[in-house]
Design a protein around this ligand. Sequence first.
Ligand SMILES: [Zn+2]
Length: 86
Amino acid sequence: MRTNEQVNYTTHRPERHQMDATTDEPRRIKHNRAKCLVCGDTIESKSRHDYVTCTCGNISVDGGRAYLARMATDLQKFEELSEYES
Ligand SMILES: [Zn+2]
């Protein structure tokens, strides 16, 4: 049974951000960031082990320029803002 102390985090790694569909090569991440639609924070992970959480705790980003990892209590309330090298 869930209690209020337990946070049900979901790990989110969108497939389309992992690989470039045309080359099958991993795309180079320029900015690994996302916006929390609950508190309005835009957070960015700047290195592989830079785990950043927004002010209200709804979302976290991790992975820096190595990979995209998103954790959220409510995935409907985050906006993907990552950018890639072209
Ligand atoms: Zn937030």
